[in-house]
Design a protein around this ligand. Structure first.
Ligand code: DGY
Length: 327
């Protein structure tokens, strides 16, 4: 009998086809995430689940899925998974690192330029027919070349974003919660590991790539935003709760910092009150990995991971490989 798996929301077909070679696949075909009770009801007889970051994978989920032999996250970020709980229950869990690195770094650059040169605000002016002709004092933005780029969390995506700065001759500084040095960035860009405080004080552009953990939640708040340059621009393509969004709205209103480009939000899909009205922001709907190729690669990686788990093999990108070691 084929193992039963649930895919909690439609993903690119290539991933489903892979799963169908070995499993009986049930898919949530509605174009929305499953509610908590729908999720819990649909996993009771499943051996595997391929889910999204909106699905909370915790003790209650595992209790509802007594036959579960593996969970594959369709995302690199895994703050939705209680990994220690999965490990305690000897259930392997996986994520999708690597395949979305460049797409997400590219989007961080799109936001950086869009905010610096006011691309969205000015596009709106053109479309509404309000432009009356060229003027020397009109629509001035911020330079990028030669400005200091601060990377918070120089993991895969932070590193890719930093490496892409090469053509813009930007001094790069970075901070890591672990304090670990990034030899590639130091060799390629002469980048410097600095304290978080120094990064805040020296950066013209700050780009967030740290994972969301209890320690990094609200890393950017009234206090830390105040320590940034008032000309600085903050970019977030990581996780929304890295920023206390109400404090950011105030900082953008008061001129504490100059602008922000956001792809992620503290309470998705909602935004803090006042954010949408601010002209010095560019706001995107969590599309860091949203290219055709990247989403397909995420689907096939997540599917391969789930198939490996169901066969008691080690998935390519397992978050708790220790549960697969012989006990
Ligand atoms: C991730 O993978 O963590 C993104 O946020 C979704 O693509």
């Amino acid at each position: 009998m084929k193992p039963k798996v649930l895919v909690t929301r439609m993903i690119p077909r290539a991933g489903i086809e892979l799963l169908e070679t070995y499993c009986e696949v049930e898919i949530n075909n509605d174009d929305r995430s499953l509610s908590r009770s729908e999720l819990l009801n649909r996993v009771t007889d499943k051996a595997g689940v391929l889910g999204l970051m909106a699905d909370r994978i915790d003790g209650e989920f595992f209790d509802a899925a007594p036959h579960l032999r593996g969970y594959a996250n369709y995302a690199v970020g895994y703050d939705n998974i209680d990994v220690p709980e999965a490990t305690k229950r000897h259930i392997p869990v996986s994520n999708t690192p690597g395949v979305l690195t460049d797409a997400t770094a590219e989007l961080a650059w799109s936001l950086l330029f869009a905010v610096a040169r006011r691309v969205v605000e000015l596009d709106t002016i053109m479309r509404s027919g309000q432009w009356s002709g060229w003027g020397p004092l009109q629509f001035l933005g911020a330079d990028v070349c030669g400005k200091t780029l601060g990377i918070v969390g120089a993991g895969r995506i932070g590193t890719a974003m930093a490496l892409m700065s090469k053509g813009f001759r930007m001094p790069v500084i970075y901070s890591n919660a672990s304090g670990r040095r990034n030899e590639l960035l130091e060799k390629e860009l002469d980048a410097r590991l600095v304290s978080f405080d120094e990064l805040l004080e020296r950066s013209d552009y700050v780009s967030l790539h740290a994972p969301l953990t209890p320690q990094s939640r609200h890393l950017f708040n009234k206090d830390t935003l105040t320590r940034m340059k008032n000309t600085a621009i903050l970019i977030n393509t990581g996780r929304g709760p890295l920023i206390k969004e109400d404090d950011l709205v105030q900082a953008l209103k008061n001129g504490t910092i100059s602008g922000a480009g956001l792809d992620v939000y503290e309470f998705e899909p909602n935004m803090a009150e006042g954010l949408a009205a601010l002209p010095n922001t560019v706001l995107l709907p969590h599309v860091g990995s949203a290219t055709e190729t990247t989403r397909t690669n995420m689907a096939t990686l997540a599917a391969r991971n789930l198939l490996a788990m169901l066969r008691n093999e080690r998935p390519e990108t397992c978050l708790n490989p220790e549960v697969l070691e012989p006990r």
